[in-house]
Ligand binder design. Structure first.
Ligand code: DC
Length: 339
């Protein structure tokens, strides 16, 4: 049922006309997006700015960006030790969901209680560069990285080792019922343990990739791995890469990205990676694996690979992993509004 909610947000801005306008519009647009609002739901928007932001009116910029709702701007008094250059927004709106607040940039420090930790969901097909990007983002933002594919790979490995057909739902469930998968971090590097054994090195072969894709289609397997992923996300700010993070594992993630690239480019990247590790593979085999896994991952009945409605799509065909990571970081920090 719809009721009146009060949605809060804040962002820091430079004291220039463009700096204030971009930050205010960015924040209001994100609050609308995150809370599923349109102007028709909104009763009013109140914006306040700290005393140093004198170059432009934040409310005027929001109005000029196209929001036809009652808007009010006010100046905050100078307060000892205040965070400087802050734009605060309060949106009163009708909504059937609890309010989702957003604190960006230096303004995160203002409300550690609601802005303290955040989750980043990075989904996409195999070979799109998710793990490289996620590692860079995690290192630069100082947050935890979880490669969720490693969990499915560990279970795929167990089936292979026990000679169980990974596509057989009943056989796989029997084989995996007592399997214990755990994640540990050593100097910030993720290790995946299967029944206490560190299998991080054994799960990166093409055979394990296919077995992981096959086991990941079984509802039993997805259920078994759900809590492990959510538990890690509860502890601190995180970035999880996978297929269903934004849709199933963390549907409330503060930031969601869907990273894609053409099958040819993804196969080429995977081929280079495998040959660099000394594995003997052909480009054709790797390409066929990529296409088969795409099909398996996107057509399975449970939690298929799918872009969440509120995820930002990024095509990495012409971008390096560093470029993608830098854009994602800037977006998370509120320095840019689109990628
Ligand atoms: O990301 P990866 O290639 O390491 O993943 C291996 C397989 O595991 C992939 O083909 C699909 C599956 N997977 C999944 O279904 N859901 C996830 N969140 C991560 C991986």
């Amino acid at each position: 049922m719809e009721k009146l909610v009060s949605i809060r947000g804040a962002i820091t801005a430079k004291n220039t006309k463009d700096g204030i306008a971009a930050a205010a519009v960015n924040l209001v647009d994100r609050l609308y997006f995150k809370n599923g609002l349109t102007d028709g739901d909104v009763v009013n928007i109140v914006i306040s700015v700290t005393p140093s932001l004198t170059a432009a009116s934040a409310a005027q910029a929001v109005r000029e960006s196209g929001h036809a709702v009652p808007l009010m701007s006010c100046a905050e008094p100078e307060v000892k030790d205040m965070v400087k250059g802050v734009i605060r927004v309060m949106i009163t709106a009708y909504s059937d969901k609890p309010p989702r607040h957003i604190y960006l940039n230096g303004a995160r420090a203002l409300r550690k209680d609601i802005a303290g930790s955040y989750a980043v969901a990075l989904d996409g097909p195999s070979g799109a560069g998710k793990s490289t990007v996620a590692k860079l983002v995690a290192a630069k933002l100082g947050i935890t990285y979880l490669d969720t594919g490693a969990l499915y790979r560990a279970l795929g490995l167990k089936c292979l080792r026990e000679g169980v057909e990974a596509t057989d739902a009943v056989g796989a469930e029997n084989c995996l019922r007592d399997a214990k998968v755990t994640i540990e971090y050593e100097n910030g590097v993720q290790k995946v343990l299967l029944d206490g054994e560190d299998v991080s090195g054994s799960i990166r072969t093409p055979e394990v990739s296919m077995a992981a894709s096959a086991v990941s289609a079984h509802p039993y397997v997805r259920g078994k791995l759900l809590d492990i992923q959510r538990d890690i996300a509860k502890k601190s700010s995180v970035i999880l890469d996978g297929r269903d993070i934004g849709t199933v594992v963390l549907p409330d993630a503060e930031f969601k990205f869907f990273l894609t690239a053409s099958a040819e480019i993804r196969a080429k990247r995977r081929f280079d990676e495998l040959t660099a590790k000394g594995q003997s593979v052909t480009y054709e085999d790797v390409y066929n694996d990529v296409v088969t896994r795409d099909r398996n991952d996107s057509t399975r009945a449970v939690a298929p690979l799918k872009q969440a409605f509120d995820a930002i799509a990024v095509n990495s065909d012409d971008m390096s992993a560093e470029d993608v990571a830098n854009d994602i970081i800037k977006y998370i920090l509120g320095d840019i509004n689109e990628i």
